[in-house]
Ligand binder design. Sequence first.
Ligand SMILES: Cc1cc2nc3c(=O)[nH]c(=O)nc-3n(C[C@H](O)[C@H](O)[C@H](O)COP(=O)(O)O)c2cc1C
Length: 349
Amino acid sequence: MSVLSVLPRPIVAAPMAGGPSTPALAAAVSAAGGLGFLAAGMISADRLVADVAEVRARTDRPFGVNVFLPTAGAVDEAAVRAYAERLAPEARRHGVTLGEPRGGDDGYPAKLAALLADPVPVVSFAFGLPDPAAVAALRERGTEVWATVNSPDAATAAVRLGVDAMVVQGTEAGGHRGGLPDDEDYALLPLLRLVAASCDRPLVAAGGIADGAGVAAVLTAGAAAAQLGTAFLRCPEAGTSPMHRAAAASAAPTALTRAFTGKRSRAVVNDFLRRHDRSAPVGYPQVLQLTRPLLAAARGSGDASVANLWAGQAHPLAKEAPAGDLVTELVAEARAALSAAADRSTAWG
Ligand SMILES: Cc1cc2nc3c(=O)[nH]c(=O)nc-3n(C[C@H](O)[C@H](O)[C@H](O)COP(=O)(O)O)c2cc1C
């Protein structure tokens, strides 16, 4: 029986690396009948093991772990160097030196080994598709494998790999695009419908869903559950910084940009994004390694004009509420929206 088919409430707390996802947030969402997620990206394998243990100590409900795949593809080193020169004065102003753009795999082999040694209910992948051996090994241990897709073609490829479910992520989503780097941009609704028409796996819809009516909309459009990230940023259990909480609560616009990390991600528009968006090269994780000291300094000093404030397009709808209460409220709102739509449909000719 799949985790999604027995989930009491069709709400998945999106994995959010870089601080917001915590064991407390994952456990609170799972305990409320949704599916909580840990974000394994940008932490060590040892920290992942400790976080998994903490979720288990807090709840016996199922939860998931999200892993970043190593990014394949050539990087234009000259373009990364030119971007470093452009950012150097900004780094000096903040009293830091830019990092070395070395590349790297985010400790993927060690994290995968930890998840194989001590299996969790669900593993989802970001940044492309996992290799068939990893999918098979996880599934043999009873772990459900979810792939993140941004295009119908990627969904077809994921089905061929034998994944159990797919996170269908539209361009509205906060944070990084989680699929293959060269995919065309699809908003959530057309992507969900196209993937539903061609694939027989359960679909988890992600991107710009921040209230119960949004949840109802994607359930009606064929999703088995809605995955919400930004909507959980303001929960007390989340590790979101105060400046990021304020940005999520604001009405500021968002944009997709490579300026912060070299990979397209949706953030609240600020001075850094405006200044550097057009010059930022393709190059993850090299650009992230360059900017990391600068972004850390901005976080430390609360400088929202420079920090990477990931948020989806519906962020002004995010509420400040305990995660369990939020899950309950989302479900009540979704039910009301579905029944209001059903009532309206009775008047159709
Ligand atoms: C702060 C933040 C961090 C994120 N980090 C991750 C991550 O580590 N792995 C991942 O697969 N997706 C990540 N995402 C994307 C989410 O999984 C999800 O697709 C997105 O939040 C859905 O859109 P929404 O933010 O509008 O709800 C992140 C999103 C945000 C807002």
